[in-house]
Design a protein around this ligand. Structure first.
Ligand code: IVH
Length: 701
């Protein structure tokens, strides 16, 4: 490995070393992940990555398409292997009331023709709000773990499951069946969830909406090292394939699982009395907010397995089990204030500022009040004690005011007539069709309103738009405040300005060499973007992902679209008629587009952006080129084009360019000096082309 100081490297040397590092790091990644036998220590590996980042920082224009900096934990997303479940993973029917529960029991008794005097024992255990997984043990060793998927086919997440402390590699004790699949729920505790969201925020990544999403997102990481950093837990509650069954009841099964070292939920009960089971339900509901993890009900199961077998299934749920769901969690707290938030399109949304309260284990201090009419309808006053509610994915809501608790000191909220951020007048749109005023008040300040500008930038970098790793809401706010990023184009000139700056990002608080380099590399990666994403990213009102795609399908380039939209300002123009003729594209969206591009400020911002990025027309992506839809990997030295040129060209022909070879690779383009990737491709029988052959293949497209 080169030992020269990065400062002393010539451009040619830097380029050569970056190529070497990309190849070598990728080879070590592969060794680590697929062979489980790392050849170098973590410290050596990290040193290589750091050197790569340092060189990239000095020679930004040499950053390669396959740079290790672009890979999360050194791995390119390739997806998981599919696993067909030997026995389908089922779902459960629901009960919402005590009556539903007695109906469930009656149904079972009838089905089994039981006499009133016959005992029917049921088990009751919390229903964990996580995601189910199946753990396959052969001769006591954990051999494969899978997600539920669609119930028939899941994904192989063995490595990720192995990072969970509750899941043993080998079963304890002895006498286990040769094959046993233990099934249960993977979940994240509230404390781990809160810590993870804090880290996400610090890294400029989006928040997880709830612990279930966080658990799912963490388990489905391609790099199991990331899963390992996120403490997940597991409770067993069922089984799949089993070569011989050493138990005859649900309770016995749980005892045996426990003796093997896999825990079922400790709050499991077995009883023949409906009253006891419903008491248990209420008890668990009381305990719910203090458990430390989300549950959304109690599952009842027939204890005897012979009865379970007789009962069987209806569609995809067992007749012998049911989930008794809890109502959404509520709490009361004080409404301390109402703040107005200004959105990307200027909408003024009232947000309830609450005295922090725990609702289902998650601390809530904000809740939405939707709009002015909603505040009036609910009659809430500032200072009121209010009931708030949190259900699954939705943002906490204010349900009602507790009028009995009023002291007389509460004050009505005066909805502002002007934008609280920029002071522009706030108006209600008039719906042209109905002639009625919209419920939403909007700031008329457009981009002169800093709140709107920041929100637009946040939208611009968001997941479905430019999706720039390391550039989230927090970073955008800080960059805007510092005057570093005021419009989208500024994002793409950030690295160049930073290089010339006396106060470079790497020296700023919360940043460092690595995070700054990674950010610049992530931005660079997005200089090429699909037309529909580009359009969606602009954050034009009424232009969501679907409309953006529709537009992209109908125009060859942003320039062509802008021209049409500019002419369409005149409603009698042919351009307007052409736009309206596009199936699925209505008046509202057209007007919004016209208005957007009519605004000089927007014209300038888009022109500046187009000067920085390359937009790939959808047409080009959909082209029936010989490589459309194929996954291509470039390796070795390319003589006639640069790596990034090759990547852009391949992508514009509808191919997907990946940095590593897998079973999903369709074509490997190998130049001189190709090493491990070529070897792997040959082993996998992947089509391998020289650069010449590749150019021939795509010639003329
Ligand atoms: S029993 C054949 N028990 O709920 C019966 N499921 O809505 C298999 N779940 O897919 C399920 N806690 O992911 C069972 N204690 C529990 C559960 C539980 C959570 C999940 C499971 C299932 C879903 C059905």
């Amino acid at each position: 490995m080169a030992t020269k100081d990065v400062e002393a490297l010539s451009e040619a040397e830097a380029s050569e070393e970056l190529a070497f590092l990309a190849e070598t790091i990728a080879a070590h990644d592969e060794q680590y992940h697929t062979k489980d036998t790392p050849l170098i220590s973590d410290a050596e590996y990290d040193a290589m990555r750091q050197r790569n980042s340092a060189i990239e920082r000095r020679f930004a224009k040499l950053i390669r398409g396959d740079s290790p900096s672009f890979k999360v934990g050194g791995r390119v997303a390739e997806g998981f292997q599919k696993v067909t479940h030997a026995r389908a993973m089922l779902s459960l029917g629901n009960a919402f009331s005590d009556e539903d529960v007695s109906d469930f029991v009656d149904r079972i008794r009838r089905f089994l023709s039981m006499e009133e005097s016959d005992e029917l024992v049921l088990t009751a255990e919390p229903k964990i709000d996580g995601l189910s997984a199946s753990l396959r043990y052969e001769k006591g060793r954990f051999v494969q773990g899978a997600t539920r998927g669609d119930g028939e086919v899941g994904e192989d997440v063995t490595r990720n499951l192995l990072t969970i402390d509750d899941i043993p590699r080998t079963l304890k004790g002895e006498g286990w069946p040769d094959v046993v699949e233990v099934r249960g729920e993977v979940f994240m505790e509230h404390a781990a969830f809160a810590a993870l969201n804090e880290r996400q925020e610090a890294a400029g990544k989006p928040h997880f909406a709830n612990p279930r999403n966080a658990a799912a997102g963490s388990l489905r990481q391609l790099d199991a090292r990331i899963t390992a950093e996120r403490p997940l837990r597991f409770f067993a509650y069922a089984w799949g394939e089993i070569s011989e069954r050493p138990f005859t009841t649900q309770v016995e099964a749980f005892k045996i699982f426990e003796s093997w070292g896999i825990k079922p939920n400790p709050r499991t009960l077995a009883t023949a009395s409906i009253k006891t089971i419903l008491d248990h339900y209420r008890e668990i509901e009381e305990l719910r907010s203090g458990l430390g993890y989300d549950i959304d009900g109690v599952v009842y199961k027939v204890d005897r397995l012979d009865l379970q077998e007789r009962l069987g299934f209806v569609s995809r749920a067992p007749r012998w089990a049911i989930a008794h769901k809890f109502p959404p969690e509520q709490a009361t707290t004080v409404l301390e204030d109402i703040e107005i938030q200004v959105g990307r399109t200027g909408a003024l949304t009232p947000v309830a500022k609450l005295k922090p309260v725990t609702v289902g284990g998650v601390v809530v201090s904000n809740a939405t009040l939707h709009n002015e009419d909603e505040i009036k309808r609910k009659g809430v006053l500032i200072g009121d004690t209010v009931v708030i509610q949190r259900a699954g994915d939705v943002i906490p809501q204010v349900v009602e005011a507790v009028e009995a608790k009023r002291t007389g000191r509460e004050k009505p909220f005066e909805f502002p007539t002007h934008c609280p951020v920029c002071g522009s007048e706030a108006n209600r749109d008039v719906n042209e069709k109905t002639g009625k005023h919209d419920v939403v008040l909007r700031c008329s300040g457009g981009l002169t309103c800093s709140a709107q500008a920041v929100e637009r930038l946040k939208h611009f970098v968001s997941r479905d738009a430019y999706d720039i790793e390391g550039l989230g809401s927090k970073q955008i706010e800080a960059f805007y405040e510092d005057g570093l990023v005021k419009s989208p184009a500024d994002i793409f000139t950030l690295a160049t300005r930073d290089a010339a700056s006396v106060a470079p990002l790497a020296k700023k608080e919360g940043w460092g060499e690595t995070s700054a380099t990674n950010l610049f590399a992530a931005i660079e990666e997005r200089r090429t973007i699909d037309f529909d994403r580009f359009l969606f990213a602009l954050g034009i009102r009424h232009i969501g992902q679907t409309t953006a795609r529709l537009m992209a399908r109908n125009f060859d380039s942003p320039e062509a679209l802008i021209e049409a939209v500019t002419v369409a300002n005149d409603k009698d123009s042919q351009a307007y008629a052409d736009l309206i003729a596009i199936d699925g594209f209505g008046d509202t969206a057209i007007e919004s587009l016209v208005q957007f591009f009519h605004e000089p400020h927007n014209q300038e911002a888009v022109a500046a952006l187009l000067g920085e990025v390359k937009v790939i027309p959808l047409e080009a992506q959909d082209l029936s080129s010989p490589v459309a839809g194929k996954t291509v990997v470039f390796t070795g030295k390319l003589e006639q084009m640069s790596r990034s040129e090759a990547k852009v060209r391949a992508e514009s022909l509808g191919a997907k360019v990946s940095g590593s070879v897998s079973a999903k690779t369709d074509i490997l383009v190998a130049g001189p000096g190709a090493g491990s990737k070529l070897k792997k491709a040959t082993e996998l029988g992947v089509e391998t082309l020289t650069e010449e052959e590749w150019l021939k293949l795509v010639e003329g497209y």
